[in-house]
Design a protein around this ligand. Structure first.
Ligand SMILES: Nc1nc2c(c(=O)[nH]1)N[C@H]1C(S)=C(S)[C@@H](COP(=O)(O)OP(=O)(O)OC[C@H]3O[C@@H](n4cnc5c(=O)[nH]c(N)nc54)[C@H](O)[C@@H]3O)O[C@H]1N2
Ligand SMILES: Nc1nc2c(c(=O)[nH]1)N[C@H]1C(S)=C(S)[C@@H](COP(=O)(O)OP(=O)(O)OC[C@H]3O[C@@H](n4cnc5c(=O)[nH]c(N)nc54)[C@H](O)[C@@H]3O)O[C@H]1N2
Ligand code: SF4
Ligand SMILES: [Mo]
Length: 678
């Protein structure tokens, strides 16, 4: 028998579940990867994607050595170089630009790994010291998160485990079976104990199939639905007057607004039956405990911030926060007291206040000649595939005068545009420490196997670049394990416990807002936000219609949303064959009546288009799509799609009302058969 070793880790992916992993290592090779049965949130279960993590890790196409561009920009032609040569040249080029103006350098990163070390530590120190432009990391969640923060005071809410005790659960803008599987376990427990589950989603998802009711509203109309619910709470007196009186701010004004939203008006805006809204409000007013699992799917539209505010106001109106199984959860990440000042060292900027670039408009930013970006360092992200309006993003990355470094595990669409591609380690190969946006445990990730080929961790690369730039502050010497330890102030989490069992729970109250105590400026749930009003916004939540609503344009009458594919994680895993074969090909779900009106049959190749471009994919004629709405599922790698584009060829760079976020699901299109490809 050769020795076997079990190594504790954490799933690195951008997923609310943050599972605890156990990797079985034999002779230095990862032979099995499982969910940690000892971790209550994971309960030994992993999703299909990460069950295949070893296949991804050991993929024949892993990047294993640094590459230097040898062909035209975007051609994908490279030659291998040594780390020494690559880092020397990158440091030299960055230094030259920085000598002129460091703000011409931009980091571009998101959540390829959510680990605090490999995603937001040494990299931040490096760019802060350099004085590079700051990146506004808005691509996913800022509309909803800021909406929530203006209302509740932070990214805080119910504990996920208590959903199991709720009697009514609204699953709002979330395909939980696909994207939040470990929450879904609790919802099923509740359902077995008699809870009613309502899914609020334009798409008839696999989650909607399993709920008691599905409210298939039009994209971007959630604010109207929430206001009509308030209307019903007022006229039928379903309110908790005592809770409102003691723990909320601005009810008199919000009440007036809600009265402008009788269910008939909302029904017309949302495109759902009036009776369904009335019944939803009645159930919400009369069922205890009532819990809302809000997710980010509802905030990728113009009014996403306001909609999140309207929905986040509901629990206070009925006093749902009084129960530990009542209230709302959008994100739990605000519960973790991460010591970001120590990890990221913004003080290294000295007196400098560099400009901030919004990652959601990277296409426009790269093409803006007023103060050009001359170098981009991309890590933990694949902007050419995931950022909106890809036509502009590609044109930006194709600039011959842009110096681009991409740190990656794979040769992604973005890596094809690099001047240097640097091979990155995976979660099985590096240290990290994780918080979660779906539960309240901290997890430690130990490396299980040696880095593949010459791969290096992100933190390692930034340490080495810092040395070459002559940054001699002692913080640039911290190794990855030291960075794990620096994530929390001493005493906040028990590091010994983390090291031995892989996870540690935060000590938190069971029903955080039972007695008010919201972390807002007033300590109350703020229906009216002074801070929003002061910034020139409406201080009350409202329904803000989409930029590109369904049916508003004759030329592009359909509304397109592009929610996650179950077997991919954003654009990660698209290159894993076993998962791609489950997803098949890039698909557009379209309602049978919409398909018939356009002469489209199931399986036909179609051309989806609008004023920004076109996307060729295959039609899935399906009742999962309601009339007037189509679904472009998943963020495919462009080069693995049918004609070298993906759904973001169509999405726009316009931003949300609050939080400067992208509006991926606020996108009108027309669809037609694609004769030449059928
Ligand atoms: N399998 C898988 N899991 C994932 C991801 C993935 O790509 N694949 N992505 C991860 C990421 S990055 C995130 S941010 C999280 C959360 O990611 P979310 O994007 O919230 O993920 P979902 O819950 O799958 O999808 C959102 C749901 O919102 C619906 N929706 C779209 N527009 C509207 C609207 O206007 N109103 C309402 N009510 N619903 C709308 C969509 O139809 C979809 O079913 O999930 C993570 N988990
Ligand atoms: N149309 C449309 N577009 C969307 C969305 C949508 O629903 N519809 N969703 C949006 C959302 S919610 C999000 S969060 C974004 C996600 O956008 P991204 O955060 O860019 O996510 P991924 O596409 O998964 O790309 C992450 C990349 O990081 C790499 N990576 C992973 N770990 C490491 C590491 O340790 N080091 C390095 N150097 N690289 C690593 C992976 O190989 C992968 O290529 O996409 C957004 N785009
Ligand atoms: S992607 Fe989500 S569900 Fe899958 S293993 Fe990771 S944390 Fe768990
Ligand atoms: Mo996301």
């Amino acid at each position: 028998m050769t020795p076997r070793n079990l190594v504790l880790g954490a799933c690195p992916h951008d997923c609310p579940d943050t599972c605890a992993l156990v990797t079985t290592v034999q002779d230095g090779v990862a032979v099995k990867l499982q969910g940690n049965p000892a971790h209550p949130h994971t309960a030994g279960v992993l999703c299909t994607k990460v069950s295949r993590y070893i296949e991804r890790n050991d993929h024949a196409e892993r990047l294993v050595q640094p590459l230097k561009r040898s062909g035209a920009k975007g051609s994908g032609r490279f030659e291998p170089v040594t780390w020494e040569a690559a880092l020397d040249d990158i440091a030299r080029r960055l230094k030259k630009i920085a000598d002129d103006d460091p703000e011409k350098i931009l980091p571009y990163s998101y959540a390829g790994t959510m680990g605090l070390v490999q995603a937001e530590s040494m990299d931040r120190r490096f760019f802060h010291k350099l004085g590079a432009s700051l990146l506004d990391r808005t691509i996913c969640s800022t509309a909803g998160a800021e909406g929530l923060s203006f209302t509740l005071g932070g990214k805080v809410g119910m504990r996920v485990e208590f959903f199991a005790e709720a009697k009514l659960i609204l699953i709002w803008g979330s395909n939980s079976i696909a994207s939040n599987l470990h929450f879904w376990r609790h919802a099923m427990t509740a359902r077995r104990a008699g809870a009613r589950l309502v899914c609020i989603d334009p798409r008839r998802t696999e989650t909607a199939d399993k709920c008691d009711e599905h409210i298939a509203l039009l994209p971007g109309t959630d604010g109207a639905l929430a206001l009509a619910m308030m209307h019903e709470l007022v006229v039928n007196d379903g309110l908790d007057h005592d809770y409102i009186e003691r723990h909320t701010l601005g009810w008199a004004a919000l009440r007036e607004r809600a009265l402008q939203w009788p269910p008939g008006r909302a029904a017309a805006v949302c495109g759902v039956p009036e009776a369904q809204i009335v019944e939803l409000a009645r159930a919400y007013a009369t069922t205890r405990p009532a819990a809302i699992r809000l997710n980010y799917g509802m905030q990728r539209v113009r009014g996403g911030g306001n909609a999140a505010r309207a929905i986040a106001s509901l629990p206070a109106l009925v006093g749902a926060w009084r129960d530990r199984a009542g209230g709302l959860l959008l994100s739990s990440s605000g519960h973790f007291p991460v010591d970001r000042a120590v990890l990221q060292r913004p003080d290294l900027m000295g007196g400098r206040r560099p400009r901030t670039i919004n990652m959601s408009t990277i296409g426009d930013a790269l093409l803006d000649r007023s103060k050009p970006i001359e170098a981009v360092v991309v890590y933990n992200s694949n902007p050419v595939a995931i950022a909106p309006e890809s036509g502009r993003v590609v044109a930006g990355f194709a600039r011959e005068d842009l110096f681009t470094v991409v740190m990656e595990q794979f040769q992604t669409d973005t890596a094809d545009f690099a001047d240097y591609v640097l091979p990155a380690t995976t979660q099985l190969e590096h240290w990290d420490i994780h918080v979660s946006y779906g539960h309240t445990d901290v997890l430690l990730n130990r490396p299980a196997v040696a880095p593949r080929g010459e791969a290096r961790s992100n933190a390692q690369v930034f340490r080495e670049l810092a040395a070459r730039m002559g940054f001699d502050d002692p913080c640039f010497a911290d190794d990855d394990l030291a960075l794990c330890r620096a994530a929390f102030a001493p005493g906040v989490v028990d590091f010994e416990q983390l090291a031995t069992q892989g996870f540690a729970s935060l000590d938190l109250p069971e029903a955080p807002f039972a007695e008010g105590n919201f972390p807002t400026p007033s300590g109350r749930c703020e229906f009216f936000s002074e801070r929003l009003a002061a910034s020139g916004q409406d201080g009350l939540p409202d329904h803000v219609p989409n930029y590109e609503p369904a049916g508003a344009s004759k030329e592009f009458p359909l509304a397109m949303i592009s929610p996650p594919a179950r077997n991919f994680l954003n654009s990660s895993f698209v290159n894993v064959r076993s998962l791609r074969s489950i997803e098949g090909e890039p698909l557009l779900e379209i309602n049978p009546a919409d398909a018939e009106a356009r002469g489209i049959v199931d399986g036909a190749v179609v051309r989806v288009h609008n004023q920004r471009g076109e996307y060729i994919c295959r039609a899935a004629v399906s009742r999962r799509a309601r009339l007037g709405v189509v679904h472009g599922l998943g963020i495919w790698w462009r080069k693995l799609g049918i004609e070298g584009t993906n759904v973001n060829q169509l999405t726009s760079q316009r931003l949300t009302d609050i939080g400067r976020g992208p509006t991926f699901y606020d996108c009108w299109v027309e669809v037609g058969p694609c004769a030449e490809r059928s």
